[in-house]
Ligand binder design. Structure first.
Ligand SMILES: CC(C)(COP(=O)(O)OP(=O)(O)OC[C@H]1O[C@@H](n2cnc3c(N)ncnc32)[C@H](O)[C@@H]1OP(=O)(O)O)[C@@H](O)C(=O)NCCC(=O)NCCS
Length: 173
């Protein structure tokens, strides 16, 4: 989706994913692909086709992630998608933070809170869900710290949810 949403939280800034950044993010995602349900290696051409298709997909918001103190260097990405506007739910995912270029730990947490703030405050969602492999300790810790709780366990994955009221209490909207 060709959107214009930008938001800062803590030490990160989320901006609309730009074409110039998709190659860097392809390399990063390939390196961490074992943590994603679709875990095939993605080549350059497939990534470019994906980006073209992404721009035409309504209700699919991808963001690049940078540190506030170094806004020109992209260190990761995150997305909000699969919106259900009747039930006011959407899915959080595709998060990656480059462990080599980040300057501090815990930026995944800032990124997760920032994306959820966009989901709740700007896009009007009431519930954000995600799926994570049970052995993905770094991601699970990040999501738990944000306030996500597990509502189901299926095929080695946790299904987690974050409800707007709980989020308001934890992170004061
Ligand atoms: C998930 C991710 C975004 C988190 O990034 P980050 O904030 O830079 O991660 P950190 O290294 O600060 O670790 C997050 C937490 O896990 C903990 N952690 C890190 N490595 C750990 C290990 N080997 N064992 C136990 N805990 C560990 C950290 O201490 C931290 O917890 P804390 O906040 O309580 O201190 C990042 O790890 C990533 O990009 N992973 C690959 C892609 C991925 O898994 N995406 C999620 C798909 S569902």
């Amino acid at each position: 989706m060709n959107h214009r949403l930008t938001k800062c939280f803590g030490r990160v800034i989320l901006r609309p994913l730009a074409e110039k950044d998709v190659e860097l993010l392809r390399l990063l995602r390939n390196r961490e692909r074992k943590w994603f349900i679709y875990s095939e290696e993605i080549d350059q051409k497939t990534q470019q086709l994906w980006f073209k298709k992404y721009l035409k997909t309504e209700d699919d918001y991808m963001f690049s992630v940078s540190e506030v103190k170094r806004p020109d260097l992209i260190i990761g990405m995150v997305g909000l998608y699969n919106f259900n506007n009747m039930e006011k739910t959407c899915e959080f995912g595709r998060i990656v933070i480059d462990q080599d270029t980040r300057t501090e730990k815990g930026l995944g947490f800032d990124t997760t809170v920032c994306a959820c703030k966009i989901g709740f405050e700007i896009l009007g969602m009431q519930r954000i869900i995600l799926e994570v492999f049970m052995d993905n300790i770094r991601a699970m810790k990040t999501y738990q710290k944000t306030g996500f709780i597990t509502y189901a366990k299926v095929n080695g994955m946790l299904k987690m949810e974050l409800i707007t009221d709980k989020f308001i209490i934890k992170h004061s909207l």
